[in-house]
Structure formats: C-alpha cells, structure tokens
Design a protein around this ligand. Structure first.
Ligand SMILES: C[S@@+](CC[C@H](N)C(=O)[O-])C[C@H]1O[C@@H](n2cnc3c(N)ncnc32)[C@H](O)[C@@H]1O
Length: 480
C-alpha cells in the first residue's frame, strides 16, 4: 500500500495507447501532451452553474438572487459571454502538496475510506461520498471518525474489505504493496455506521469531504433555479438559438442537462414574447404549440430525466405539460417514427468515448475504447444517428452536433463526412457573433482534417489551451 498524490499519476499513460497515438496523428505539431496528462487528472479550474432563467423571469427575480445562493467566500461571477452561466474558481487546498508520510497518516489513526475511480472523479469536483462509492474502509471505522480518503487506482480492494493498518503494520504494508498506489483525495468525516455503508440498498451520503485537495463549492444540492453544468455544455443551447415557436428534438438526451437548458430557453422565449405582446405568460404557455422531444435509448434513464426536468420546471410546465415529452426510443432508427422536415432545432449530443472528460482517474486498461477499430465503430454509430436526424430538420432549421470527446474521428471527421454526404441539404453555420468575437474557452476545429474556412466554424474545447473547461467539441449546421 502506497499513498500517492494525484499529481504523481500524470507520469502514467492515462488513455489507451491507440487513442493517444491517433491524437498525436491529428493534433497540431508541438501540442503539449505532458500538460495534457497533467490536466486530464485534475478538474477544470472553473466550476460552473447554469441559471434556469425562465423560473427567475416568471417570479420577477434577478441576478442578485443567484449570487446570494453561494457563501461569500466563493468568488462567484456571471460569465461575460454566456449570460446564464455563473463560474466559481477552483482552489488547491493546503492538502494538495501534503507529503504522505507516516506522521501525517498517524494523525488520522491510520483510518481510511477507499473509493473507486468514478467516485474519486466526483470528489475532485466537489461531491460528497455516497455509500455506493465506498469500496473498503479501516477495520475499526466508526461514525464521526476523521478519515483519509483514498482512491484504489488499480482496483485491488474488494467491496467491504477491512483494511487493517496500525503503527506496527504500516511500514510492512508500504514495502509489500509498492505497486498498489492509493491516491490521496482529502480528509473526510464518516457520517454512517460501517455496517450500514455496505448494505445493498443503502442510499445517501456516507462520508462528508471536509478538506478536499481541490476546494470548490458543493454543487450536489442546488435550488431549482440553478443547475451544475460544464461551461462547454452551456454553449450548446446558445448555438441552438431556440425561439418561442420552436419544435425541438434532442436525439440523445439523458440525463437531460442540455434538454433542461433547451426547455428553459423555450419557456423563457415564450414568456418574453408574451410580455412584449402584453399577454399573460401563463396563458401564453398554456396556448403554446411549441414542443421539445427528449429521446434516449435507455428506458430507465428516460424516467430519471423526466423526473429531473419536471422537478426543475413544474411551476411552468403545469400550464402545458405537452411542451415536454421524454421518450425511450432508438435514434439510429428515427425515420420509422418521424416524417421528414418535422423539427426546427435538432441536437445530436451523441454517445462518445468521453476522452475529454476530466478529472479522469480511470485506469487506461478499463477504458471501453482500446483500439482504433473500436474508436471507428463508435464514430460509425454516431454517424448513423446524425444521418437519421438530418432529414427531419426543416429548411432554415439548426442542427447542433457535439461530443465530450477530443478525437478527430468523433468530431472534425464527422463534420467532413456530413458535408460530403449532405452538402446539398446542410451548410456549416458560423458561430453567433458575440461568441466568435471572444472565444476565450475554445479554439477552432483541427485543420489537419478540415479546411480553415470550416475549422473556424467549429468549437473545440481543449484543456491544454484553456484549463477552465473539459475537452469538448461542438458545431452547428443550417438546413438549406
Ligand atoms: C453524451 S450522452 C447525452 C448527454 C445529454 N445530452 C445531456 O446533456 O445530459 C449520450 C446519451 O445517448 C444515449 N444513446 C446511445 N445510443 C442511443 C440511441 N441509439 N438512441 C438514443 N439515445 C442513445 C445514451 O444512453 C446516453 O444517455
């Protein structure tokens, strides 16, 4: 057993070799892969929340109301590009550079809570530890103990395992299990009994994170008018330019972050339009023919998404529940269910390899995409969905394509293929002018794949260029 810092992981290959090799092939010469590795294991330097502005508008509440939600010590700011986005800087805590020596570990009586890499990723972004995320813990663990929170990077522990470390055994363990690094994530307080944590149906928080290595605002229980969302994802609804009378299709919608934003903007536009016409907004919502259809292949995800969207927007949806429909459907067979030229706006936020997600403590051996063939298969699947969606777009309508991946195959190569196959129906659309003039979070698409005039119409969120975001890609097309 060896306790190491998150930083020490950056020396390892953090993505499967096949993915790293293809990134090298297409990324610009001189791209800093060492900075890429460092940033891949750390969270973006900004946390962000999106405001459900339709709710505030309907209640005549303003910006101060948002700022008052957060304790003063957080430097919450409204973004100067995206008016519905508020950002909160991430701070390295005093524990970030703490040496993992025996003296420090002894201070916590050798008490550990061990989590898996998924839970570790959430902790690094300000989440508490839910019972399901705990893999193992010290034999003598009790409620209210202060504990060292560590991630079992090599998945060596079995669930419920009792870790028995004390003054006598610590140095022996260090020597024997050198190759099993536990990544130090912070100090927590146990708030559940040990026996309860491992029971099959236990839900809820097992450990509060008291001093995380990265200090950021807790975003897991926000009021209805705020939604935790990455900055790059907040761009999507801005690219969609929803109008009060839009009919919208979200092909791959669960868990519903972007659908929620689209729904918010639709309701907001209906309210603004009603006010401009001197009408009551409740009546305008109830008479609206606008629709948003949020699809996902997995039924259980659709149920959760529907509950989440209704929880946020019940006060407005009650006037017209038909505005939102959530449906379990396979978007690679859209032509079976819909007529051509049906939607004004379509979002294809397609399933992807997730190579832009950060922090990412997933060991590369567990990554679902291990070979170039697997990556190409994923890209073909994404293309099938877009290919089904394109005929459903009305003339003049907007289709946004996005992924949280950074490979050329899932992004620029798809754009190229879409233009080659559907150039008679679609054109790549420029960014809204306010985003183009101040591209602080994103760069252009890869010019190793696309000609310059197309590349500048793409948004590539590259965390080597900008530490404030995850890796992400988006672009938009207009139907001729
Ligand atoms: C990147 S996630 C979407 C995230 C979502 N747009 C959001 O912002 O919350 C991709 C989703 O596509 C769904 N999916 C995969 N294949 C699909 C298909 N053929 N039809 C519809 N949904 C699909 C997955 O279940 C997954 O929930």
């Amino acid at each position: 057993m060896k306790l190491v810092s998150v930083e020490s992981l950056s020396g390892n290959p953090l993505l499967p070799n096949a993915i790293l090799e293809t990134l090298i092939d297409y990324f610009p010469k001189g791209y800093s892969f060492s900075l890429f590795s460092k940033r891949l294991i750390t969270p973006p330097s900004l946390s962000s929340v999106r405001v459900n502005s339709a709710l505030l508008l309907s209640e005549n509440k303003g910006k101060d109301f948002v700022l008052e939600t957060f304790p003063n010590r957080w430097k919450v700011e409204q973004d100067n590009l995206l008016e519905d986005c508020y950002t909160i800087p991430l701070v390295q805590s005093e524990l970030y550079h703490q040496e993992m020596n025996e003296q420090f570990i002894k201070k916590y009586n050798y008490k550990f809570v061990v989590v898996d890499y998924r839970c570790a990723n959430s902790i690094l972004r300000g989440a508490p530890i839910f019972a399901a995320g705990v893999i193992a813990s010290s034999k003598s663990l009790c409620k209210h103990d202060s504990v060292l929170i560590v991630c079992d990077w090599n998945s060596q522990c079995t669930r419920g395992e009792k870790i028995d470390v004390n003054d006598n055994s610590w140095s022996q363990l260090c020597a024997f299990k050198e190759d099993n690094p536990f990544i130090f994530l912070g100090i927590g307080e146990v708030i559940m009994e040990r026996s309860e944590i491992y029971q099959q149906h236990t839900k809820g928080i097992a450990v509060e994170v008291k001093i995380p290595i990265f200090d950021t605002v807790q975003l897991h229980s926000l009021p209805k008018y705020l939604f935790a969302q990455n900055v790059s994802s907040i761009f999507i609804a801005h690219l969609m330019e929803v109008r009060f009378d839009s009919t919208i299709l979200d092909c791959c919608a669960a868990p519903g972050g972007k659908s929620g934003h689209l729904l918010n903007n639709l309701l907001k536009e209906i309210i603004i339009n009603a006010k401009a016409e001197g009408k009551d907004f409740k009546e305008a919502i109830s008479q609206s023919k606008s629709r948003i259809l949020a699809l996902d292949r997995q039924k259980s995800k659709v149920e959760d998404m529907k509950n989440s969207l209704w929880n946020q927007f019940d006060s407005l949806l009650q006037y017209n529940p038909k505005i939102l429909e959530c449906k379990a459907l396979d978007s690679s067979k859209l032509h079976v269910h819909f007529q051509p030229n049906t939607f004004d706006r379509i979002l294809c936020d397609v399933p992807c390899t997730g190579t832009g997600l950060r922090p990412n403590l997933q060991p590369p051996s567990l990554h679902p995409c291990q070979t170039l063939e697997a990556l190409q298969l994923q890209a073909s699947y994404q293309f099938r969905i877009v290919k089904e969606a394109i005929p459903l777009l009305k003339s003049g309508g907007i289709l946004v394509y996005s992924t949280c991946s950074i490979t050329a195959q899932e992004n620029e190569m798809q754009v190229k293929k879409i233009l080659e196959e559907f150039g008679n129906k679609l054109e790549l659309m420029d960014l809204p002018s306010h985003l183009r003039q101040n591209p602080k979070y994103f760069t252009t698409g890869l010019t190793s794949v696309l000609p310059e005039h197309d590349a500048i119409k793409c948004l590539r969120f590259d965390f080597v260029e900008c530490d404030q975001t995850i890796g992400f890609f988006a672009c938009r097309f207009r139907a001729k």
